[in-house]
Design a protein around this ligand. Structure first.
Ligand code: SF4
Length: 387
């Protein structure tokens, strides 16, 4: 197999609203809801802006952001004007690239997590804030037990006896501080990352890579062990804070977002699901996943061809066809190329498109060495049954 068939282009940055990313179906405009929450008015207006200035398709990202697809150079200006009126934008593309804060969605107004996320976001985008790599992110996971250990982060804040445990992603230890000091402590750790050489000449860098390279954490981050946490699987259904609903491939139509907005404020989750805040009944809307055993929850597929210019093949029709064949507790990731955007971590089954067909990877990622190579789509169900 040629190197070209397995080597996607790594952009090294994420799209924003002010710095959209080109895709096969136009520009992708990523909106970062503050602390992952959209008011009903914000959600309704985003739906209207998507229909008016994009192609009406809205993706949810693994960092709990909302992406409007199909935006053009001409429609970007009025779209940005609309978003700015909703208090969803930062002052500059640089500022928005710094506001990478993911908040565990089951917070309550009394636990302080939402305000902490807002405070951290404000500090990261302040005029003289330190400059971090654009993929550098913070996870605030302040429930009784952590639920976002699988979400990408460089610095994590979790609940601990006596306050908050602040630690570097990839570290075995962290610092426990009173809740009121957690943001300051996290920013101090980020400053250490910069001072210790975590940012490369190209402006990129991740915490785990710095630690893997042998950097020694400051003493106060070596005092408290990071406890083990059982794997967390989000459950579609009713929760004390609202109704958690899903979407095929984490994508919805603008009218679905508008209809959800009528039911309550929306918390965007890093599982590409939405928590309808305060809902006490499951929404009854078309195009929603409302049952926890829905087969579509067992498949993940990126945009694929033709909407992504890097894709070797379409992905989503294959994913729909395969979903009923995937065992209930399993997960199948279909990726349009070896980059694996939709699921950067390992899955039980991964099918990676190449010019020759699909490569099958078992318990690995899209770019890993395949068990079978060049499978024709029509042969894949048979190949999966043979496993
Ligand atoms: S993984 Fe999918 S969305 Fe990402 S670059 Fe490849 S084809 Fe495009």
């Amino acid at each position: 197999m040629s190197a070209r068939s397995r080597s996607p282009v790594i952009q090294g940055w994420c799209p924003g609203a002010l710095r959209p990313m080109e895709s096969g179906d136009g520009w992708v405009v990523r909106v970062r809801p503050r602390a992952g929450r959209l008011s009903q008015d914000q959600a309704r207006e985003i739906a209207a802006l998507s229909a008016a200035h994009g192609n009406g398709l809205i993706d949810l990202s693994a960092r709990a952001n909302v992406q409007l697809r199909g935006v053009s150079m001409a429609s970007h200006t009025p779209l940005i004007a609309g978003l700015r009126g909703l208090d969803l934008l930062d002052d500059s593309a640089e500022a928005e690239s710094q506001r990478n804060v993911t908040l565990a969605p089951f917070w309550s107004p009394r636990d302080g997590a939402y305000d902490m996320a807002l405070d951290l976001s404000a500090a990261l985008t302040a005029p003289r804030a330190m400059r971090l790599p654009s993929k550098f992110g913070f996870v605030l996971d302040l429930g009784a037990a952590p639920i976002l250990r699988h979400s990408a982060a460089d610095i994590r804040i979790e609940r601990a006896l006596g306050g908050a445990l602040v630690y570097a992603n990839g570290a075995q230890t962290g610092a426990v501080v009173p809740m009121a000091q957690a943001v300051t402590q996290a920013l101090g750790l980020a400053q250490w990352f910069v001072d210790a050489g975590g940012v490369g000449p190209d402006g990129r860098g991740r915490m785990a890579a710095l630690l893997a390279g042998g950097a020694a954490l400051p003493a106060d981050f070596t005092m408290h062990p990071v406890p083990l946490a059982p794997p967390f699987m989000p459950r579609i259904g009713l929760h004390p804070t609202g109704a958690l609903v899903g979407f095929d491939f984490g994508q919805m139509q603008a009218e679905t977002l508008a209809a959800l907005a009528d039911l309550g404020p929306l918390r965007i989750t890093p599982w590409r699901m939405v928590l309808v805040e305060g809902a006490t009944a499951m929404p009854n809307l078309p195009q929603l996943i409302t049952q926890p055993d829905d087969p579509m929850l067992r498949v993940i597929a990126c945009t694929g061809a033709p909407a992504c210019s890097q894709a070797h093949r379409p992905t989503r029709d294959l994913a729909r066809a395969l979903a009923p064949h995937i065992p209930q507790a399993s997960l199948c990731h279909i990726s349009g190329c070896a980059k694996g955007c939709a699921h950067p971590t390992a899955a039980a089954l991964t099918l990676t498109a190449t010019p020759q067909g699909f490569d099958l990877v078992l318990n690995g990622c899209a770019g890993d060495t395949p068990t079978r190579a060049g499978l024709a789509p029509s042969f894949i169900p048979q190949a999966l049954h043979a496993l």
